[in-house]
Ligand binder design. Structure first.
Ligand code: FE2
Ligand code: FE2
Length: 151
């Protein structure tokens, strides 16, 4: 899970969101494995995890759209599919919270996040970085900008 932590995006806010999600997931796993399992705590941790995931996905999607990332649609679809499945799993877990059910929810989310991070987020992270480095009207030297206007 280390790949989901740390710098995937070269963007401090997005990387911090990944770290927060990972911490949520670790807390949920620890709760589910605790011999004094608390269904109430597990439900609260799962709700926080889903809420942070939802917020993070919207942030990523906004940046993809703002920078006109060409795979924004398929990447967004992956987020939506995950949220649909995660909400269903969460509903199932909350209807009769058990450590076994919690483990199933954890395994699914953990695997999905690793896979998505390595395959999709790393790619969009490189794109964001390249996009930031591309000269814009604001950071092109004045002479170059003046020349471009004359051309
Ligand atoms: Fe992400
Ligand atoms: Fe993503």
């Amino acid at each position: 899970m280390e790949l989901y932590k740390g710098s995937v995006f070269n963007n401090a806010d997005l990387d911090d969101e990944h770290t927060r999600i990972l911490n949520n997931l670790d807390q949920f796993k620890n709760c589910v494995n605790d011999i004094y399992f608390s269904p109430k705590l597990a439900a609260a941790l799962l709700a926080a995890l889903l809420s942070n995931l939802d917020e993070h996905f919207r942030h990523e999607e906004t940046l993809m759209n703002e920078t006109r990332y060409s795979h924004a649609e398929s990447h967004t679809m992956e987020h939506e599919n995950l949220m649909t499945t995660a909400r269903e799993l969460s509903k199932g877990f909350l209807s009769g919270p058990s450590q076994i059910e919690g483990g199933i929810v954890y395994d699914f989310l953990n695997e999905w996040l690793i896979n998505h991070s390595v395959r999709a987020d790393c790619v969009v992270g490189n794109y964001f970085q390249a996009h930031q480095e591309r000269p814009t009207q604001d950071n092109v030297p004045d002479q170059v900008y003046a020349f471009a206007l004359q051309a």
